[in-house]
Design a protein around this ligand. Structure first.
Ligand SMILES: [Zn+2]
Length: 168
C-alpha cells in the first residue's frame, strides 16, 4: 500500500468524512494555513483548526509556525507528509499487535468464570480468592466459555498482521 493510501484509509477509519475532507485539501497542497483551508472549504477557521489539531494529535498532520516581525502575529503552516504519517500509523499498528497478541495468549491460557447475576469475568486466581463466589451477589461462579473473546481477538490480530505485512 502506498503511504498516502494508508494515510487516507487510516483517517477515514478513525476520523470520519470531515477528517478526510480536510486532509484531502491539505494533501493536494504542499502546505496551507487554517484560513486558506477555511476559505477553500467554505468553513469557519475555528472548525478547520479543531480538525487540524485532531489530525496533529493523531500524528498525521504537522505544522511549523512563523512570526510576523512587525505585528508579532503567529501563522501556522500545516502539512501532511504521507511518509511520516504512514510511519506513525504502522508504528501504532505494531504496538497494538503486540498488546493484542499478549491479550490473546492470556485468553488462551486461562480459565474464566462469571457470576450468573452479572457480566463481570473472573480469572482463576480471582475466583479462587473469593472461593468461587461472586463478592457482589454471593452467587456461585460459573465456568465461562471464552470462545467469543478468543474469536474476536484472533480476528483483530489477523487484521493487524495483514496491515503490518502489506507495509513491508
Ligand atoms: Zn455477581
Amino acid at each position: 500500500m502506498q503511504p498516502s493510501e494508508r494515510v487516507r484509509q487510516y483517517i477515514a477509519q478513525t476520523m470520519g468524512p470531515e477528517g478526510v475532507r480536510i486532509a484531502e485539501a491539505l494533501l493536494t497542497r504542499k502546505e496551507a494555513t487554517d484560513s486558506e483551508l477555511a476559505e477553500e472549504l467554505g468553513e469557519k477557521p475555528s472548525h478547520i483548526r479543531k480538525v487540524l489539531y485532531d489530525l496533529y494529535e493523531a500524528r498525521i498532520a504537522e505544522y511549523h509556525k512563523e512570526k510576523d516581525k512587525e505585528t508579532g502575529w503567529l501563522t501556522f503552516y500545516w502539512q501532511i507528509n504521507p511518509q511520516h504519517a504512514s510511519a506513525h500509523i504502522l508504528d501504532r499498528a505494531r504496538k497494538d499487535l503486540d498488546k493484542l497478541t499478549k491479550a490473546l495468549e492470556y485468553e488462551e491460557n486461562h480459565e474464566f468464570f462469571v457470576c450468573p447475576e452479572g457480566a463481570e469475568r473472573f480469572d482463576f486466581a480471582r475466583a479462587t480468592e473469593s472461593d468461587f463466589h461472586c463478592p457482589a451477589h454471593g452467587k456461585i461462579l460459573e465456568q465461562h466459555d471464552n470462545r467469543n473473546e478468543l474469536e474476536q481477538l484472533r480476528q483483530r490480530v489477523a487484521a493487524l498482521k495483514r496491515e503490518a505485512e502489506t507495509a513491508s
